[in-house]
Design a protein around this ligand. Sequence first.
Ligand SMILES: [Zn+2]
Ligand SMILES: [Zn+2]
Length: 309
Amino acid sequence: MMSLDKILRDGKLHIFLLGSGGPINNNLRVAPSIAVIANGEFILVDVGPGSYRNLDILRLPAAHLSAIFLTHFHSDHIGDLGEANVLSCANGRIKPLEVYGPEGVEKVVNGFIMAYEQDSKYRNDHHGDEVFNLEIATPISKTIKLPDPNEKELVFDRNELKVYAFEVDHSPVKPALGYRIEFKGMNVAITGDTIKTENLVKHCKNADILFSEAISYDMLKTVIAGAQARNLSRVVKILTDIQEYHMEPVVAAKLAKEADVKKIVFVHIVPPLTNKLAEQTYLKGVSDVFDGEIVLGEDNMKFRLDPKR
Ligand SMILES: [Zn+2]
Ligand SMILES: [Zn+2]
């Protein structure tokens, strides 16, 4: 099978939206994950359930995957970490995978190591050190600490691909991060899960592409009313609570406008959009606020940025 190795070193910044959905499973969108490929580097931001399958189906060069950046540890953002690690290793990765995240990442990584310990041993026993090396199969956690909560911090700088982490507000989930990725003058901002804050606007400033989370509270209200009518109190409670720590699409559009980004791509799409009417309802009012390019994210969408210098 052909992998897309040629895009590794064509001098451009490639982005693949592996997962454009949120935590509610549906046939259209898997949980969050964004792949970034440039100058021989291949990284992921989040690795939600189902996203590694899309990476494989797109034939992305898994053997070159070198790092994963987690925004926070909600299950919809970390579920495929074990698969990403073990399958990229089986594909021929030559170094241990680095997993970056806020404080607590060590616990998450150690948990996955423990869960996959037996799997790794079977593979090593069966295929040998050359094909499945236990050292390469053991991921390394990298804890990101921000010395100043208002400033971004450079956390990865290889082959001109730079990743900065910044603080977002997904309370009570703390700490939570967003990321800004730069390559040869091109900028991509990824919000992670968050409400809109001044700090978020600052760190998304002038991005060529902003990948912004957004949940339609209007649409959720309809779902909640239906759940109330059927006495589904657990659903009502959860769908009400989640409105405290996300952005509505129009709020994400305000972020895009204030940050002067060129393009907004909506991700972490909730609730599932099952038809055109639902898509229109989700995006209602967005183009009144933001006059740049508006993209409703879909799984496996590809983006390419060409260097400015
Ligand atoms: Zn989430
Ligand atoms: Zn979350």
